[in-house]
Design a protein around this ligand. Structure first.
Ligand SMILES: NC(=O)C1=CN([C@@H]2O[C@H](COP(=O)(O)OP(=O)(O)OC[C@H]3O[C@@H](n4cnc5c(N)ncnc54)[C@H](OP(=O)(O)O)[C@@H]3O)[C@@H](O)[C@H]2O)C=CC1
Ligand SMILES: O=C(O)CCC(=O)C(=O)O
Ligand SMILES: [Mg+2]
Length: 422
């Protein structure tokens, strides 16, 4: 049995051993179906790309139903400690009950390890069925803040002492008059901070610069939620202008030039910035953004947004390039080097154990992981194989139902085809 070694980090640079130990959480629902398929493809690609010199050595850690059944805890401390120690992990989806019960384990992992950025690239693979006319125009990378916002789970249930205390405080001490039904309200709190926003937007701009992207769009609902979502835009512009002064041109700068010198001068300044290869920092209000990504996707590139907006935008954009079965993601702390890779979708419980769902989301999350480790050859091999397999119309049910002449295969058979096509 191969013993894997840990990834370490030194001055922000990852040190990746050839036989690398990667903790994984198998996940609930369809988690085992997709993990068993995807892990085989990842192993085979690494084996082939490096002639056996490099190896992924999986180390199972528990969370969710399996953890509860085996340890009585949904998210054992040992799991958090292991990921903390091993730096890089990958996971299947975990179930979160609706309206009660325990809070999201997925969110808990992000919060506990301070994985403040959720990176979700949206790209089109040729041949994938899509509901839009030009899915290839959609090439965006979402940077979703991952630890704050209404998503942090600070909320109080209707009728409890806590909510009564909070409502009384808001009404009596803060002069709030517009809680419409104070006796029957639950209350949620939305923390959005300057530090949290700036580290997220900094990561998005660094990514845009490194990857030669053209713009970063700050997506918010700041017209309505002025001191949270509106402040997100303000702080986003600030970090761009203060820390990347010679590398970006912001719409806030555009507006200032327009006010002082007119539209022509502002347009000229933006044209010059674009010609000089500067990243344009734009903004969009979240509601219209959902229309714009459908009607004018070419205008958007890197997207920086808060937690809940990012959640909604991720699934909407995934649909444009073929659906949630092919939507990968990574939760990253750019300061400590910690990262957990995971699909955008959930546990799809109605398909659990049926060996039918598409393993591409978790597999492509594994591709992001390989790229993060610097194992780009294996990553590229898997992407090429996905392209080739889809081009041959060998696909899982989600694509088969929208494709003419497709050969519908099971999750495990799709993995076999991918390995064959590596
Ligand atoms: N990070 C995580 O671990 C996440 C966990 N969740 C949790 O997952 C549970 C279920 O959530 P739900 O809202 O149903 O969302 P899901 O993403 O689990 O499933 C919704 C639908 O998406 C499609 N789908 C999902 N996964 C795949 C796949 N691999 N291949 C093809 N199609 C897929 C299916 O569509 P169709 O019916 O059209 O076939 C499915 O019915 C909840 O407990 C939720 O909290 C949700 C999101 C993320
Ligand atoms: O944690 C969950 O159950 C849902 C999370 C989610 O939808 C997401 O992070 O995209
Ligand atoms: Mg989601």
């Amino acid at each position: 049995m191969t013993i894997g070694e840990k990834v370490t980090v030194n001055n922000g640079v990852l040190n990746v051993p050839d036989h690398v130990a990667i903790p994984y959480i198998i996940g609930d629902g369809t988690g085992p179906d997709i993990w068993n398929a995807a892990s085989r493809v990842l192993e085979a690609a690494v084996e082939k790309a490096y002639d056996g010199k490099k190896k992924l050595v999986w180390k199972e850690v528990l969370a969710g139903e399996k953890a509860f059944n085996e340890t009585g805890e949904w998210l054992p401390q040992e799991t958090l400690d292991t990921i903390e120690e091993y730096l890089i992990a990958i996971k299947g989806p975990l179930t979160t009950p609706i309206g009660g019960g325990f809070r999201s384990l997925n969110v808990a992992l992000r919060q506990e390890l301070d994985l403040y950025t959720c990176v979700r690239p949206i790209r089109y693979f040729d041949g994938v069925p899509s509901p839009v006319k030009r899915p290839e125009d959609c090439d965006m990378v979402i940077f979703r803040e991952n630890t704050e916002d209404i998503y942090a789970g600070i909320e109080y249930e209707k009728g409890t002492d806590e909510v009564k205390k909070l409502v009384n405080f808001l009404q009596d001490e803060m002069g709030v008059k517009n809680i419409r039904f104070p006796e029957t309200s639950g209350i949620g709190i939305k923390p959005v901070s300057e530090e949290g926003t700036k580290r997220l937007v900094r990561g998005a701009i660094n990514y845009a610069l490194k990857e030669g992207r053209k713009s970063v769009t700050l997506v918010h609902k700041g017209n309505i939620m002025k001191f949270t979502e509106g402040a997100f835009a303000t702080w986003g512009y600030e970090v761009a202008e203060e820390e990347f002064a010679d590398k970006v041109f912001t719409w806030r700068q555009y507006d200032k030039i327009k006010e002082a010198e007119g539209t022509e001068a502002a347009n000229k300044a933006q044209d010059e910035a674009e010609a000089a290869g500067k990243i344009i920092i734009k903004e969009a209000i979240a509601d219209i953004f959902l229309q714009l990504i459908l009607t004018r996707p070419k205008e958007y590139d890197v997207v920086a947004t808060m937690n809940l907006n990012g959640d909604y935008i991720s699934d909407a954009l995934a649909a444009q390039v073929g659906g949630i079965g092919i939507a990968p993601g990574a939760n990253i702390n750019y300061d400590t080097g910690h990262a957990i890779f995971e699909a955008t979708h959930g546990t799809a419980p109605k398909y659990a154990g049926k060996d039918v769902v598409n393993p591409s989301s978790v597999l492509l999350s594994g591709v992001l992981m390989l790229e993060h480790l610097g194992w780009n050859e294996a990553a590229k091999m898997i992407e090429d194989s996905i392209e080739k397999t889809i081009a041959s119309k060998v696909v899982t049910y989600d694509f088969a139902r929208l494709m003419d002449g497709a050969t519908e295969v099971k999750t495990s058979e799709f993995a076999d085809a991918l390995i064959e096509n590596l």
